[in-house]
Design a protein around this ligand. Structure first.
Ligand code: ADP
Length: 226
């Protein structure tokens, strides 16, 4: 099984049958091999977030299948989907969404506790990740005490805490100034390569897209180049 993600015939319409119906995805086919990093580019509103949410099991398509690490997720119950989402898929958003009352370390430890990892092991894994992104010295700081770039680095570590095989990211550095964005994006790519992940990363930035293995464009609900 050489593919980490296989998406076939995905369609999604919001407000189906109503006057404000929006046909966002009209039959998406996309395959990501193990260890492959793919850029997802599209005009705003073209359905990037919708596709990422469906691929990450946060939303369900109207039709089509999503297969992750060889497991067809179609029609699975909430428990199996949640288990895959928790351990098999890492998600990064444009905004860090860290828990403000917890330290950087705790933010990376918590998803592992939810996955029944013992505390000492979870802390060791969290420190390893924070070290890889160059902020282990900030482990005891809360999000409000960190810069935007540092907050996003912690969010990368949190997404990878449970050792997923697949990373999905929605404009992961879109909230940062251009210089910080480039730097933090390189940190993310280093982490992705180091962990041997497959990834689908949405970005508006063509220079960043060019650093990935392949670029996929969405237009009018379809993949127009791959
Ligand atoms: P992108 O990430 O490419 O900007 P999105 O996937 O967020 O695009 O949105 C695609 C289209 O679907 C947009 O027109 C958006 O307004 C619409 N949309 C997204 N989510 C919903 C929703 N929950 N209900 C209705 N329309 C939605």
């Amino acid at each position: 099984m050489n593919n980490m993600l296989e998406i076939k015939g995905i369609t999604k319409t919001y407000n189906a049958g109503k006057p404000n119906q929006i046909e966002v995805l009209r039959g998406i086919d996309l395959t990501i091999a193990r260890g492959e990093v793919v850029a997802l580019t599209a005009p705003s509103g073209a359905g990037k977030s919708t596709l990422l949410h469906i691929a990450g099991l946060l939303d369900v398509p109207d039709a089509g299948t999503v297969t992750i690490a060889g497991q067809d997720m179609t029609g699975l119950g909430d428990r199996r989907r949640t288990a895959m989402r928790r351990a098999g898929v890492g998600f990064i958003y444009q905004f860090h969404h860290l828990l403000p009352e917890f330290t950087a370390l705790e933010n990376v430890v918590l998803p592992q506790l939810a996955n029944a990892v013992p505390v000492a092991e979870a802390e060791a894994r969290a420190m390893t990740l924070l070290d890889k992104v160059g902020i282990s010295r900030r482990a005891q700081h809360r999000p409000a005490e960190l810069s935007g770039g540092e907050q996003q680095r912690v969010a990368f570590c949190r997404a990878l805490a449970n050792g997923p095989g697949l990373l999905l990211a929605d404009e992961p550095t879109g909230n940062l100034d251009p210089e910080t964005s480039d730097l933090v994006f390189d940190v993310l790519m280093g982490l992705v390569r180091d962990e041997g992940l497959s990834a689908l990363i949405a970005t508006h930035n063509h220079e960043l897209a060019g650093k990935m293995d392949r670029v996929v464009k969405l237009n009018a609900g379809r993949v127009v180049s791959a």
